[in-house]
Design a protein around this ligand. Sequence first.
Ligand code: PRP
Length: 224
Amino acid sequence: MDAKDMEYLTIALPKGKLFKLSSNLLAKIGYEAEGLTEKSRKLVITNEEKKIRFIITKTADVPTYVEYGAADIGVIGKDVLMESGKDVYELLDLGFGRCHLMMAVPKSERREKLTDYTHTRVATKFPHIAEMFFTRQGMQMEYIKLNGSIELGPIVGLSESIVDIVETGTTLKENNLEEIAYIMDATARLIANRVSFKMKFDRISAMVKDLRAILESEAETCES
Ligand code: PRP
């Protein structure tokens, strides 16, 4: 890590659903930069005064930037983090972006038991998590990796089922799919590169402390 890298804290933010929630939360502890919006075509946005660099990346790429140290810190959903298998520190559960991973099938073609789907095709963005789940059930499956609109898989006969995230349940409902197995919960996490965490320990731990304080005060406000 050269002197310039040491001077700045680089934070990777994912495009998409988590962007606004992440940047709003970081702004509350003073981590902000002019022009930091999801639509920005500028890939690196710097706050010179506070020595913070933001990079905006494809959601699935955040763990990669952090693992290689191209970003010191990142915000990413637990689902994507787990699927990536990247070796990073998970510092804090940020609580937002709550969803769960599950297996769903067309309502009209529901089979009696989960194991009745053994050796069928499952469409998913999360083949590793899906495989871990099905292996635990003693089931061998054929995994078809898709990058979006997963629900389309069983509708057009690409697969018998899907493994995907559910937030509100609207997409399942609108496509006549039914959840038949729960896999795991997921929320957004703050992650750090292992070397950065040691080299920039004071700065990163102060950031975590401030974020934790904000999250706790918001949780109290919700309860009262
Ligand atoms: C995700 C997920 C589901 C949907 C679930 O897709 O893959 O399709 O959200 O949300 P709901 O339960 O609130 O309907 P996303 O919007 O990220 O787009 P994608 O199809 O490109 O993955």
